[in-house]
Design a protein around this ligand. Structure first.
Ligand SMILES: C[S@@+](CC[C@H](N)C(=O)[O-])C[C@H]1O[C@@H](n2cnc3c(N)ncnc32)[C@H](O)[C@@H]1O
Length: 279
């Protein structure tokens, strides 16, 4: 399987191994931008960031209307934090975490166990080629990872295929506004190997997602702009661990670019949910 080339995960895993407790507390469970209800008055602590991260996961999986007894696929599951959140809140659920990177799955396996009422499993695969039968899941999630996938169109087609009629796909993503789009199109030519965050495709606007959903056959059920709720993450990242970012000079530039365009309202962080019709 192709190496996903995600230097930020190399840095995170290196920090865990080196015993950096702040990085482990912040990112040991969830690796995403988090959801802040209010702007903190001082620089957030790793524990506060971890709470914001847990909150974002919950906002996304709740958008998929996950209920007791459901079968759930988390595509691009990171260290498994989102499935762990569902495990704590729902019963009789069968939870599958899928990731292209076996190192993350190994950590998930070693650190997480399902409650007795639930089943939790892990599988290494590409989210654009899902190794599951048709109509196997009630919900498919992609928390802040779809921009890494080789092709959103293929992922949507695969999510549609493995969902039962009436099932939900919920995701979070960075969406450019039309003004921002030329910049993200230009950035798409930047070699992924030079970046801290690897290959990141931020070319999908709201209109393009709407078209993709219609072409796939999904009904849109939610499009929620939570940019404001992600902004406190930037000062947190600046203060967390300079060591993390120094490993790749582009880290500072890429994070700053995301912060500036988000603060200017050009890049929007959104939660999107879709339903496969039929139940
Ligand atoms: C920003 S992290 C988000 C992780 C997790 N969803 C979370 O919220 O904590 C992006 C994730 O996408 C995964 N990923 C990247 N490309 C993938 C692919 N083609 N198939 C499956 N997972 C992929 C990465 O390994 C990583 O776990």
């Amino acid at each position: 399987m192709a190496d996903p080339q995600l230097p930020y995960f190399d840095a995170l895993l290196g920090s865990f191994e080196a015993g950096d407790s702040a990085v482990a507390e912040a990112f040991g469970h969830h690796v995403h931008w988090g959801y802040w209800e209010d702007e903190p008055t001082s620089r957030p602590t790793p524990a506060e960031f971890a709470a914001a991260a847990e909150r974002l996961s919950r906002e996304v999986w709740q958008a998929a209307d996950i209920r007791d007894g459901d079968r759930v696929l988390d595509a691009g599951c990171g260290f498994g934090g989102t499935l762990s959140s569902i495990d704590a809140q729902r019963s009789g659920v069968a939870l599958t975490g899928l990731n292209i990177d076996h190192r993350q799955l190994l950590r998930a396996q070693q650190t997480l166990a399902a409650r007795p009422a639930n089943v939790l499993g892990w599988i290494q695969a590409d989210a654009c080629s899902l190794p599951f039968a048709d109509a196997s899941f009630d919900a498919v999630l992609a928390v802040e990872c779809i921009f890494h996938f080789p092709d959103r169109r293929r992922f949507f087609a695969e999510a549609w295929r493995v969902l039962k009629p009436g099932g939900h796909l919920a995701l979070s993503d960075f969406l450019p506004t039309r003004i921002q789009l030329p910049m993200t199109l230009a950035a798409a030519h930047w070699p992924a190997s030079l970046g801290f965050y690897g290959r990141v495709d931020m070319r999908y606007t709201t209109a393009r997602y709407e078209r993709l959903a219609a072409e796939t056959g999904f009904l849109p059920v939610l499009d929620r702009d939570i940019t404001r709720n992600t902004l406190p993450t930037y000062p947190f990242l600046r203060g967390l661990s300079p060591g993390l970012e120094r490993r790749k000079p582009s880290a500072v530039a890429e994070t700053l670019f995301a912060e500036l365009t988000s603060r200017l309202g050009l890049l929007r962080y959104r939660i999107l949910a879709f339903r496969k019709p039929g139940r």
